[in-house]
Design a protein around this ligand. Structure first.
Ligand code: GDP
Ligand code: GDP
Length: 447
């Protein structure tokens, strides 16, 4: 699970996105034809020489600026740096070594993370341009690596240099209890009670909490074990230390949630019950949904709500009305203050992850499909009938299915929705989104 995280940082326009897109290659096309998945995902998995890594693209750092957007981008880069195991520091040979490069370099030095310096836009093979040698001035132990993101040259050497900074894979995977733990992102807008929930959870006596630094990311995450299992709470360092000044800024908290979600198996979406569901809550829930992660919705501060025997139902209905894209997520009302129902979160987390990891055998799926088609006939259009041939599950977390048919255009949204609802009626999948990919027969190039 714990794949090393590689962050690409540098000034705007040095070519980070170009490199990113080159390294992730054809992954993008898979994302494009998957409904419900946003395309501006920050993290991508890549594999180089058999080694899996998470690559994170940052917008860019412009240290010398008061511009709001550029400051936002810098925050994003700082977060990525905090999460990274190795940093690719990208510069531009055409611009040479700039004052901003030096500032970024100082910032990276302070982070203490291993840095591989990449000099981009070295498009000509052969002799290196004189400007290339300027980057030795930054004084990194490794030689700068010349790359042309445009042509793809030098990227292999770059990844080799990155891997040289990672611990050997068997060592990285050696069990310290972390890698088979369920990774939980506790997300929500500021002041809903995320810190209180986490502190309540971690405060339980029977819980063993560990801060021991094994990999660089352990500084950011918290490991906990109890009778329900092993858990890693993602990006909790700031929360536990109560140094959350930046979290009060909306864009920062959304971004932080986004990064946490990408590294989690399950999201615990915390909402302030006393306030109800706000637009910012749906934005954050949307991140969890779009990333395909399993989710649980916790209505916190339940102690503040005046209630009778119908209140829970009314609140649950309200949540599903506001977060209509997420009716698969179970809702629980809790109070981090009194601890009410907080222990129940663990069985819910386990169940959601189990559902998200479930695999339905192809034979069973096709029996299901035959039955679903008999119950509700596939649509037809201008005399042409939708014929559905076959269905198979190609992935988990989220459960992802491919359905083969004669004409994808006839497979209307409503019929897709029907199949999804039937899947849930028959197989459950409580807590997790489901992806359904429609393919015309013969069109299986991407599988
Ligand atoms: P980012 O802001 O760092 O993500 O930079 P982009 O990837 O958007 O690239 C900025 C500009 O540099 C674009 O016009 C790219 O086409 C160009 N660029 C990126 N890589 C190279 C390269 O290796 N050689 C040349 N000549 N141009 C490049
Ligand atoms: P975060 O910004 O989401 O991490 O929220 P905090 O955990 O810092 O909580 C914000 C405020 O809400 C603090 O004053 C908490 O004491 C309060 N709070 C958190 N959980 C509860 C709860 O269950 N009930 C009540 N009444 N207050 C809570």
């Amino acid at each position: 699970m714990a794949k090393p995280v590689i962050a690409i940082v540098g000034r705007p326009n040095v070519g980070k996105s170009t490199l990113f897109n080159r390294l992730i290659g054809k992954r993008i096309s898979i994302v494009e034809d998957t409904p419900g998945v946003t395309r501006d995902r920050i993290y991508y998995e890549i594999n180089w020489n058999g080694r899996d890594m998470m690559l994170v693209d940052t917008g860019g750092i412009e240290p010398r600026t008061d511009d709001e957007m550029l400051r936002y981008m810098r925050l994003q880069a700082e977060l990525a740096i905090a999460h990274a195991d190795v940093i690719i520091f990208m510069t531009d040979v055409k611009a040479g070594l700039t004052a901003s490069d030096r500032d970024i370099s100082a910032m990276l030095l302070k982070s203490g993370k291993p840095v591989v310096i990449c000099v981009n836009k070295v498009d000509q093979v052969g002799e290196l341009p004189a400007e290339f040698y300027e980057f030795y001035e930054l004084g990194y132990p490794d030689d700068p690596i010349p790359v042309s993101s445009l042509h793809g040259t030098g990227t292999g050497d770059l990844l080799d240099a990155v891997i040289a900074h990672l611990p050997p894979e068997d060592e990285a995977m050696e069990d310290d209890g972390w890698h088979d733990a369920i990774r939980v992102a506790v997300i929500g807008k500021p002041n809903v009670g995320k810190s209180s929930v986490i502190n309540k959870i971690l405060g339980e006596d029977r819980l063993i909490v560990s801060d021991i630094a094994g990999t660089t990311r352990d500084a950011v995450d918290t490991f906990a074990e109890n009778e329900h299992g092993k858990y890693v709470f993602v990006d909790t360092a700031g929360i536990r230390r109560q140094s959350k000044i930046n979290d009060k800024l909306e864009y920062y908290s959304v971004l932080r949630a986004k990064l946490a979600v990408e590294r989690a198996d399950v999201c615990l979406i915390v909402i302030d019950a006393a306030q109800g569901v706000t637009e910012q809550d749906s934005k954050i829930a949307g991140l969890a949904h779009d990333s395909g992660r399993a989710s649980i919705i916790a209505l916190n501060k339940w102690d503040l709500v005046e209630k009778d025997d119908k209140t829970i139902i009314q609140y649950t209905d309200m949540v599903y009305r506001e977060l209509s894209f997420m009716t698969y997520a179970p809702v629980i009302t809790i109070s981090a203050l009194t601890g009410q129902r907080v222990p129940r979160l663990f069985p819910m987390i386990n169940e959601a992850v189990e559902q998200a990891r479930k695999r339905i055998p192809t034979g069973v799926l096709n029996e299901f499909l035959g039955d679903a088609i008999t119950r509700v006939e596939p649509p037809s259009d201008k005399g042409r009938e939708l014929k559905i041939y076959y269905m198979t599950q190609i992935g988990t977390q989220p459960p992802t299915f491919v359905i083969f048919c004669n004409d994808a255009e006839l497979f209307h949204f409503s019929y897709r929705r029907y199949i999804e609802n039937r899947l849930r009626d028959v197989f459950g999948f409580m807590g997790t989104p489901i992806k359904i990919i429609i393919r015309e027969r013969g069109d299986d190039a991407d599988l």
